[in-house]
Design a protein around this ligand. Structure first.
Ligand SMILES: [Zn+2]
Length: 469
C-alpha cells in the first residue's frame, strides 16, 4: 500500500479547500439586516483600494471627456446624484469616492469604474418604471465597486500583472496616472468593464442588500433586469452584454432576502416621475453618434504648426532618483523625481496620449533574468495595453552612454489624426538598460512615423546623456 507523500497531501488539501470554497459560493446564506451583515469583497486582488480610487479618477477623467454627459447641474443630474449617494451611503465605511453622472446616450446601460465613478445612460432612466427600478441599477453598479470586481478581474488575467508591475513598478506612484500618461487607452470594452456571471450574482446580492437598507424592494432590481431581457428589441441591450445574466436573477434575489424582516418599501416618488418626464422629452445620442463625436474630438496633427514641436538646441538636465538625462529646454517634464516621467513638447500631449516625446519608467522582474527577457516582457506588457502596437525589428543591442542596452522598434497608431480625421501611423523606439539594483529602466521615444527621423537626433542626444542610478 502506498501512503500519500507530503506533496500529494498538500495537493489533496488544496483540492479540498477549492471544493469547500466553491460549495460556499453555491450555497449562499440569506442576507441579514444591519451594516455588519454586508457581503465582503473576496478573491485575489493586486490593487489596493487606494490604487482603485486613483485609477478610477484617471479613468473617469478620460471617460468623461469622451462621453456626452449631461451638464453637472440640472434636474436629472441632481436627482441621480442624490439617489446614488443615498444608496452608496448604505455601505459599511469604505475609501471609495462615489460619484454619479448621466450620459446622454440611447443604449440602456450603466457602468462603474474602480474606486467609485458610476455612469448611467439617460435611456436607463427613460426605461425604468419606478424609482425602485432605477435604484436597482445604481445599487448593482455600486456593488461592483464595493466588491472590487473590475480590479479583481484585471488581477486574474495574468498578463495584466505585467503592465501593473511595470507601470506601478519600481518608479511607480500609482497605476492610474501612468496609464493615462502612457495614453493606454481605456476602451469601452476594457477589462475593467467585463464581469463574470459569478460577479453578477454577487453584485445582485449586495445590490439587494443596499436596496433593502435604503428602503427599496430589492426585487425591483431583478425585475428591471428581467424586463430588459424580455423586451422585444433587436439586439441585446448593452447593459446585459456588460452585465451577463447569471440565471434566474429574480429567484436568487428572493432567496437572498427571504430572512430580512418586512419593510414598507418606497416604490416610486414624484421626483422620479418628474425626472422621467423630462428625460422622455430628450433625444439621446445613438452609440454611432457618440463614436462619431469621439473621432471628431481627436486632436489633429497640424503640419503647419509643426514648429512648436521642434526641440530647442539648448538641453537641460533632468535629475531623477533613478537616472539623469538631458532634454530639450522647450519640452515639458510630467511626473516627479520618483515617478515615471514623460518628456514632451506641450503640443505633443493630449488627453488621448503622447504623440511626440519620451516616456521613462522602470520594471523590476519577478526573477533574476537577462535584459533580453525583461525587454521582451516590457514589450508584451505595452502591447497588451495597446494591441495595435507591433515590433518592426528584433531586439537589438545598443550602446547607451557606455552602457549595454537593448532596443526594439515598434509601430502603432498615433493618438493624433490627420486633417481628414484619418489615423496617423506612429513609430516608437523602446530602449532598456539595467540599473545597478537589478531593475530595468525603460525609455520609449515616440513620434508620428513621418517625423520620427527628424526627431531621431534629439532622441539620440537624450539617450546618450543618460546616466543610470
Ligand atoms: Zn453587473
Amino acid at each position: 500500500m502506498t501512503r500519500p507523500t507530503p506533496k500529494r497531501k498538500i495537493a489533496i488539501a488544496v483540492l479540498l479547500a477549492v471544493m469547500l470554497t466553491s460549495c460556499a459560493v453555491k450555497q449562499q446564506q440569506p442576507l441579514r439586516p444591519g451594516e455588519e451583515a454586508f457581503p465582503q469583497p473576496h478573491g485575489f486582488n493586486q490593487f489596493t483600494p487606494e490604487d482603485e480610487v486613483k485609477l478610477g479618477h484617471q479613468l473617469a477623467a478620460e471617460v468623461d471627456a469622451q462621453l456626452p454627459e449631461l451638464p453637472p447641474r440640472g434636474p436629472i443630474q441632481d436627482y441621480v446624484s442624490t439617489l446614488g449617494q443615498r444608496l452608496a451611503h448604505q455601505l459599511p465605511p469604505n475609501p471609495y469616492d462615489f460619484n454619479f453622472k448621466v450620459v446622454n446616450e440611447k443604449d440602456i446601460n450603466a457602468f462603474a469604474l474602480p474606486g467609485g465613478p458610476v455612469r448611467i445612460n439617460l435611456s436607463t432612466i427613460q426605461a425604468a418604471d419606478t424609482e425602485a427600478q432605477l435604484a436597482g441599477v445604481i445599487a448593482h453598479e455600486i456593488s461592483h465597486v464595493y466588491l472590487r470586481h473590475s480590479t479583481r478581474n484585471a488581477s486574474k488575467q495574468s498578463i495584466a500583472q505585467l503592465p501593473v508591475a511595470i507601470l506601478g513598478g519600481v518608479l511607480g506612484n500609482g497605476v492610474g496616472g501612468q496609464l493615462a500618461r502612457l495614453g493606454l487607452s481605456f476602451g469601452m470594452g476594457s477589462v475593467f468593464l467585463k464581469y463574470s456571471r459569478d460577479a453578477e450574482s454577487e453584485a445582485d446580492r449586495t445590490g439587494a442588500k443596499i436596496m433593502y437598507e435604503a428602503g427599496y424592494d430589492p426585487r425591483a432590481m431583478a425585475q428591471f433586469f428581467e424586463k430588459l431581457q424580455a423586451e422585444d428589441r433587436p439586439g441585446t441591450p448593452q447593459f446585459l452584454s456588460d452585465h451577463p445574466n447569471p440565471g434566474n436573477r429574480a429567484a436568487m434575489v428572493m432567496e437572498a432576502i427571504s430572512q430580512l424582516p418586512p419593510k414598507l418599501y418606497i416604490e416610486n416618488t414624484p421626483e422620479f416621475m418628474e425626472v422621467k418626464r423630462i428625460a422622455l422629452t430628450m433625444k439621446p445620442y445613438t452609440a454611432e453618434q457618440v463614436a462619431q463625436m469621439q473621432r471628431q474630438r481627436q486632436p489633429r496633427l497640424n503640419l503647419a504648426g509643426e514648429t512648436s514641436i521642434i526641440p530647442a538646441n539648448f538641453f537641460q538636465p533632468l535629475n531623477h532618483s533613478a537616472f539623469k538625462m538631458d532634454y530639450p529646454s522647450n519640452w515639458k517634464v510630467l511626473g516627479d523625481s520618483n515617478s515615471a516621467v514623460t518628456i514632451a513638447p506641450p503640443v505633443g500631449i493630449s488627453n488621448d496620449g503622447i504623440a511626440y516625446g519620451a516616456v521613462i519608467s522602470g520594471y523590476r522582474p519577478q526573477v533574476q533574468q537577462g535584459l533580453s527577457a525583461s525587454t521582451e516582457q516590457i514589450y508584451q506588457a505595452l502591447r497588451y495595453s495597446n494591441p495595435a502596437m507591433r515590433a518592426v525589428s528584433g531586439v537589438q543591442p545598443v550602446q547607451v552612454n557606455g552602457l549595454s542596452g537593448q532596443a526594439v522598434n515598434l509601430q502603432t497608431t498615433s493618438p493624433f489624426v490627420d486633417e481628414n480625421e484619418q489615423p496617423v501611423p506612429e513609430r516608437d523606439m523602446l530602449v532598456t538598460v539595467q540599473r545597478p539594483d537589478g531593475s530595468v529602466l525603460w525609455l520609449m521615444f515616440i513620434a508620428p512615423e513621418q517625423q520620427f527621423d527628424a526627431l531621431s537626433p534629439t532622441f539620440n542626444r537624450m539617450l546618450q546623456s543618460l546616466q543610470v542610478r
